[in-house]
Design a protein around this ligand. Structure first.
Ligand SMILES: N[C@@H](CCC(=O)N[C@@H](CS)C(=O)NCC(=O)O)C(=O)O
Length: 221
């Protein structure tokens, strides 16, 4: 059976978890505590970069959440979570990579920097550019690709719904607000949902890790 290495608070793992549930794939969950399990020699053999998520399917190991999603789509094509049409496929890829490269890194500033700091304000500004871009793609449609849920909804849908709780309002983006309400009601989102207490724990861990990284980069400060 497919093994899924994960931690429930990890947004990157949640992308994969939701995809497994949406596709109805049987899997064995393997829970890692990210305060050291990922650095154990047995796990480093599975992922030398000590990150979750990882899957192992009949012994075939895949790391990196977006690569895992592609593998799952190709190996378990039904229900399809990628469109065939080249333009729609490009839009799905744009939403996925803009979430990973432009949106997700800025949420770290929302968690770690003071709301009146230049870093926080710059992060909010950047996130609003992302949200505007997403609005142009989703238009009036229920999902990013139209009527069907795709990997775009899964990847963006594990970050955008949290923005109001991190200080970025979605009030200027009514289509995205509707979309958040719809996807949050899906069983796969409900089953993997973070409670408010989980979110506070996630923020605490992110702050700790960022403080550690910043002190390693500037040892004198
Ligand atoms: N690019 C990777 C990032 C994975 C990642 O950063 N995972 C975090 C949890 S969200 C992790 O495992 N952190 C533990 C560590 O870095 O030691 C992906 O998309 O899978």
């Amino acid at each position: 059976m497919l093994k899924f290495y994960y931690a429930p608070l990890s947004p990157n793992a949640r992308r994969v978890w939701i995809t497994l549930l949406e596709k109805g794939i049987d899997f064995e969950p393997i829970l890692l505590k990210l305060n050291g399990d990922q650095l154990q020699p047995e796990f480093l053999q599975i992922n030398p970069f000590h990150h979750i998520p990882v899957i192992s399917d009949d012994g075939f190991r895949v790391i990196e959440s977006l690569a895992i999603l592609d593998y799952l789509e190709s190996k378990y094509p039904s229900p399809a979570l990628l469109p065939n049409d080249s333009q729609t496929l490009a839009q799905v890829r744009m939403v996925q990579t803009v979430t990973a490269n432009e949106l997700f890194p800025k949420t770290i500033s929302l968690i770690c920097d003071s709301p009146d700091s230049p870093q926080f304000l710059q992060a909010v500004q950047h996130i609003n550019i992302v949200l505007q871009f997403f609005m142009e793609i989703i238009g009036d449609r229920p999902f990013f690709s139209g009527d069907q849920l795709t990997l775009a909804d899964i990847v963006a849908g594990t970050v955008v719904p949290f923005l109001p709780k991190l200080g970025v309002s979605l009030n200027n983006y009514p289509q995205l607000q509707n979309w958040c309400e719809q996807i949050n009601q899906r069983p796969a989102w409900q089953k993997t949902q973070l409670s408010d207490a989980d979110l506070e724990e996630f923020k605490r861990r992110v702050k700790f890790l960022v403080k550690l990284r910043r002190s390693q980069m500037n040892p004198g400060n």
